[in-house]
Design a binder for this molecule. Sequence first.
Ligand SMILES: [Fe+2]
Length: 257
Amino acid sequence: MTELNAPPSATTPVWEHFDHVESGIRRRIAVADPAVKDYLDRMLARIAAHRGVEHPLLNAYRTTALDPRQESHMYSECYYFFRYLPFYITGMAIKTRDEMILREIILNVADEVGSDPTHSTLFAGFLARIGLDKDHLSHYQPLDVTERLNDGIRRLYTESSIHKALGALYADETMSSIMVSKINDGLRNQGYDEDLRHFWQLHIDLEVGHSNSVFNAIAPYVESAAARAEFEEGAFEFLGLVERYWDGVQQLVGLGQ
Ligand SMILES: [Fe+2]
């Protein structure tokens, strides 16, 4: 499988990686109208190229080791970014009466909480192993941009129209597949072994499947210009929140400026 964060090349557009996935990863359902796939592919490419995804901090982290203070800040902020996201995604279900959308939302959330240990438990285990235990995290005061990101995601998923929410989720899952790959590279560069990196490694392919779930959920709707406008509004509102988050973390950590 092509590395997601390999330099873009004219021969392999980023969506090829989402078209061809390993077994066990959610696939894109074939759409009859090629214009629909073309639109969702182009949206995926716009998301992948956004500065919130190709952020200088994340790109620098792949090849630059952090000192303990920088690492503690980076992952404490991450904890407050990721917290409760499966609950928010589940909140999208009430916005629709389309069972196909409901199915894709459930499949996504089932990956996170459907088996033991749940992914938030795996994440807590990772944090503890780098020295960030429950006690540290509960006393940590995250940045304003981190709180705004987490609450912004909650609002996008639970208080927006389903088309806008799905736009935000398409950006979230596509962004995540790239972000986890960069973070996994950074941890490997830091000298951490596969066992410690398990949570991140596991999500590299899984998040591609989650992006594909959103592709399947929205595909029947994007022939409408109004639905496309809402979908794009959600995607770029989400990416703006993420970009401001990484700018804040970058300032705190002092890397990639
Ligand atoms: Fe995901």
